[in-house]
Write a protein that binds this ligand. Structure first.
Ligand SMILES: *Cc1c(COP(=O)(O)O)cnc(C)c1O
Length: 315
């Protein structure tokens, strides 16, 4: 059990589930339900909380060392969660310290996370035993959580998403970065259910093997019946966008008052609609759209691309 809470953190768990009404779904004779992990907490992104939960428990109060890019949802979530549990945290950030710190990094520091910037070259070696040995020497007895919270504890937390859902759905659709979320979800599915992962990186064909390793620890069982990865909706690559995506996200928000983020949930939701339009789900399918969160990253993307998402709101 985690004991050292300071009491300020309110997590909305289990997260809400609701049906989304849309003429398209009526036309195609399907039902779509939203699992709202975006509502768990404003700076602890939904699936990042799932992945941190058992890591924090396993850390038993040791200093957390973890990794991410300058806009990382995982860094923001780790900093906020460690602050809540009064655990020291260190974020190893890809790239040089920016001259002007962005909001993700400023917030992480405000939460007490110490940031260490390493070159992109060195960051590539972050999972090597040589690099990890260096980290262990520098910080006394740290608990190291890989980038994105992608380890077995992380998977275990993600499997709990399924426990919070009714058991009679056919498909669950979610965004895929490291693949830990879809691996954890797949482990919780019944035989006749399937997860569909929308990969947000370009050319990430290696993910299938990595996810299979996550689920079966290397044994080559056939996992195709549990989940599939769709590589058609990366929009040019990680954190790449185009006008159509932004237009879709804004239109969807105007219609349903639900925000998505341009890196993950915007792409997976766009994909869901496109797949439905292309009749990739049989009539009478019951589909869960898993909204992982990620909204803390919106501001960084707006600045980077000089765009405005959800005009006339104070996102
Ligand atoms: C990190 C993240 C993902 C990707 O999760 P993985 O477990 O790395 O595949 C998807 N959506 C959002 C909003 C995220 O922050």
């Amino acid at each position: 059990m985690l004991m050292r809470m300071n009491g300020n953190l309110k997590l909305l768990l289990p997260s809400p589930l609701h049906e989304l009404k849309d003429d398209l779904f009526i036309e195609k004779k399907i039902k779509v339900f939203f699992k709202r992990d975006d509502l768990i907490h404003e700076s602890i992104s939904g699936n990042k909380w799932r992945k941190l939960k058992y890591n924090l428990e396993a850390s038993e109060g040791r200093t957390i060392v973890t990794f991410g890019g300058a806009y990382s949802n995982h860094i923001a979530a780790s900093a906020a969660a460690c602050n809540y549990y009064k655990v020291n945290s260190i974020g190893i950030i890809r790239g040089e310290r920016p001259k002007k710190m962005n909001n993700t990094l400023l917030l992480a520091e405000k939460m007490g996370m110490k940031l260490e910037f390493i070159s992109r070259q060195e960051y590539k070696t972050k999972n090597s035993s040589a690099f990890l040995e260096k980290v262990k020497k520098k910080h006394e007895n740290p608990f190291i959580i890989p980038e994105g919270g992608a380890n077995q504890q992380g998977l275990r937390g993600c499997t709990e998403v399924i426990d919070e859902l009714p058991s009679d759905f056919n498909y669950i659709v979610t965004a895929v970065g490291t693949g830990a979320t879809i691996a954890g979800i797949s482990m919780g599915l019944k035989k006749e259910q399937k997860a569909i992962g929308i990969v947000v990186l370009k050319g990430a064909e290696y993910l299938k093997d990595e996810i299979d390793d996550f689920i079966f620890n290397g044994s080559k069982e056939n996992t195709d019946t549990k989940y599939v990865l769709n590589h058609d909706y990366h929009f040019g690559g990680y954190a790449k966008i185009d006008d159509e995506l932004i237009q879709f996200m804004n239109d969807f928000y105007l219609k349903h008052q639900i925000k998505t983020d341009p890196v993950y949930s915007g792409k997976s939701l766009y994909a869901l609609y496109d797949m439905i339009k292309k009749d990739m789900f049989p009539p009478h399918s019951k589909i869960i759209y898993y909204h992982c969160g990620g909204l803390q990253g919106i501001e960084g993307m707006e600045k980077r691309y000089g765009i405005e998402l959800f005009p006339n709101t104070d996102n």
